[in-house]
Ligand binder design. Structure first.
Ligand SMILES: O=C1O[C@H](COP(=O)(O)O)[C@@H](O)[C@H](O)[C@H]1O
Length: 248
């Protein structure tokens, strides 16, 4: 049975430090057990801050034996600084010994699949499937998630087809309320394939959505409420993000 934990920290830096230390534990344990680990990275302020912390100290992680996926991507030309993979590369991937064949980036809008995000989403779904021995996606060790003030995770926004998706594991989003409008995203069924789902949330502007999600909101209303790991779901919160939890 999956367990949900809510961890509260004084500030964003303490939250990131704690997540960094747990990330090292989970990834090194997976590598000791199976020889490799798989993680899904997120964009956003706190998610990228965690990658920067890992650049400074990633303990005994063997980065060459980590499969790296992305939870969502802004469908922009390659190299665009708004792309999550560009930010992740600058924060971490360019600085550690990842194996280039084990970093699975979502396509860019000027990439091999052309400017059609549906085609690029289908191509990413195919990559996930091809790495999964007959399953639709790997059983990721960790899926990292940031959360927007209205409760979005990955590029799954409230009251959209993408957040209601029950069958596809990767979809295109063409009208994101947060710019840029065109994106590719893993869906809730894909998030729920992960063993550990970690939501990294900082700031009082996100407190209402945190309280609603933790209180059991409908995922159509608050997408983060639908993010559950098969083993564990952990909310890493700073004091601002946790400030409305007493009302739950
Ligand atoms: O647009 C996005 O936003 C969310 C949350 O970002 P944050 O800066 O408010 O933490 C992020 O998780 C997602 O990957 C990204 O594409």
């Amino acid at each position: 049975m999956s367990k949900t934990s809510i961890l509260q920290y004084l500030d964003a830096q303490a939250l990131v430090d704690a997540a960094r230390s747990r990330f090292v534990e989970v990834v090194t344990a997976a590598q000791a057990e199976r020889g490799s680990a798989s993680v899904v990275l997120t964009g956003g302020g706190t998610g990228i801050a965690l990658l920067e912390a890992l650049r400074d100290d990633s303990g005994s992680i063997d980065w060459g034996k980590v499969d790296i996926y992305f939870g969502d991507e802004r469908f922009l030309p390659s190299g665009d600084p708004e792309r999550n993979e560009v930010q992740a590369s600058q924060a971490l991937l360019d600085h550690v010994d990842v194996h280039p064949d084990r970093v699975f980036r979502m396509a860019a809008s000027d990439g091999p699949h052309g400017s059609d995000p549906e085609v690029a989403a289908a191509a990413y779904a195919q990559i996930l499937h091809s790495r999964s021995e007959g399953e639709p996606t790997p059983a990721f060790d960790i899926h990292l998630l940031g959360m927007g003030g209205e409760g979005h995770i990955n590029s799954l926004f409230p009251h959209t087809d993408a957040v209601r998706e029950e069958h596809s594991f990767v979809v295109a989003v063409e009208n994101s309320p947060k710019p840029p409008p065109v994106r590719i995203t893993l869906t809730l069924p894909a998030v729920r394939r992960a063993q550990h789902v970690w939501l990294l949330v900082s700031g009082a502007n996100k407190a209402d959505a945190v309280a609603a999600a933790v209180g059991g909101a409908d995922s159509d209303e608050v997408p983060s409420a639908g993010a559950l790991g098969t083993e564990a779901t952990v909310w890493f919160l700073d004091s601002g993000a946790a400030s409305k939890l007493d009302a739950v």
